[in-house]
Design a protein around this ligand. Sequence first.
Ligand code: SF4
Length: 365
Amino acid sequence: MQSKNHHPFTEGLLSWYRQHARELPWRQTQDPYAIWLSEIVLQQTRVAQGLPYYLKLLEVFPTVKSLADSDESVLFRHWQGLGYYSRARNLHKTAKLVVSKYQGNFPTTYDSLIQLPGVGPYTAAAIASFAFGEAKPVVDGNVFRILARYFGIETDILHSSARKEFTEVAQELIPPDQAAEFNQAIMDFGSLQCSPAPLCASCPLSVTCFAFQEKRVQDFPVKQKKVKQRNRYFNYFIIEQGNKILVRERKEKDIWSGLWEFYLVESQQEEDLENLLEIDENLSLFLQGSSVQSLKSPKIHLLSHQKIHCRAWHIQVPDNLDIKVQEGFQWMRPVDFEKLGKSVLLLNLITDNLQMQIFNDSMPR
Ligand code: SF4
């Protein structure tokens, strides 16, 4: 029976399913144990690979009680080759729980199923709809892809809010009287028709499909590549001599070009002072007879794609030590340095150390 109130998507999908449904053994049953077993086997596993395992497991453990009473090693032996052994461990744990807490009867609602070990939103929705007819949509990568294309949803599917949004859309579409068919249909539709390489030419939904009509099928689902955050380790040295500090303008093609900073040693990881002296041999020129003191620092400074780990030291160089500084550096009075552009990290570093005599009267507060 077709309901007249179904959304055209749902109508088209169910009609497609009547002709293309895959015949899978767990579709012939409403036994929640068998359905649960199939769903756990199929997590991260293709149907063709999982099918013989499902059949064998059901033969060896025909009921949840037989699984709960078995030795875990027997289950593991039959699981061999499927990988992800945490699934098998959870399978055993859940079987024991269903027997001890629910007298061998699976819980009958989505909300209680999702409490079981190894049962996430997808598996809970599958069992609730297939075994008990509860209108809870399954939502996975296939469903993201189908709905994003059909409705032109531009949300990045890697974004944390995507699952909620797509679940809400699917919840609107799932017919309360045909929840199991809808979920099975959308699974098959994602595998056979609206797959990563979709068969749009033969698709009955193409007339109302946004992506197809707009010739933008390749644009969906939207999946922004995550830009990897780069960790950098900045070790700043406030080198002071005769009421002046050693500074330079950043000129490289890098962050903060054109801004001013203290003497910087960048390292590949967090290093102690001894190692920093090996990384930057010039640094030791300032240490002859000088006092060194570690400073407070902002520790972590976040930029859009960089995470700067910051440490800082103060080196008080004796007035009589004659040092030829490297090109690009200059000795400057703090009051003059204050007027120059600096990164927020550097400003924070200064604010953290305003108690230093050299900054006392001349730096921003
Ligand atoms: S027309 Fe193409 S993109 Fe749209 S639902 Fe059908 S198979 Fe998917």
